[in-house]
Design a protein around this ligand. Sequence first.
Ligand code: GRF
Length: 219
Amino acid sequence: MKKARCSTAILISGGGTNLQAFINYVANEPGNNLELSVVLSNRSDAYGLQRAKQAGIPTVCIEHGRFPGREAFDDAVAKSLHNWQPDLLILAGFMRILSAGFVHRYAGRILNIHPSLLPAYPGLGTHQRVLDAGESWHGSTVHFVTEALDEGPGILQGRIPVHADETAAQLAARVQAVEHQIYPQAANWFATGRAALVDNATHLDNKALKAPILIDFPE
Ligand code: GRF
């Protein structure tokens, strides 16, 4: 049985190209079950807020600097999101570490995308680090968010070959193009009830995944 449409909140801090990929996916992908209810940013100058407005999606800006600490900011975010009763939270370039309380509140309902083939290269600056290490492969990972940063169970990975002599910026652009394909797809697996977090493991079609689903993008 198909689930009711999945009320989805997208959290951003910047340009929002992944947000744009979700907007395009929801508009163009037949039968998708995502409903983009609200876009929330912790920065008022995030260009993604303009993208949301153009798409007719409600926006909220909660600047983290106005709060005494992480928990107070997270509480304000949760209080605001409550208005939209989100089933799913999408972190799309949201440059804030979430408190344990916030993660528990939305346990199993927060997704993130990280620009590496996790568990390799958690943290920042992944593209340059991949080049410096002379890796042959790079990519991006959609994963459930748990308390451990960049360590939640993976759902879907997109992999690309690293080209000889490319710059970190060129590699980053190719990784982002992959993200725009895999992130809405993985989110829709959640929205249609195919993917879920069960006992700290990703289940897809009621089977625990030993590793994220891997899609190769040859170019
Ligand atoms: C993405 O590359 C993602 O991997 C990382 O933040 C970036 C956000 O980019 N978590 P954008 O704002 O969606 O363009």
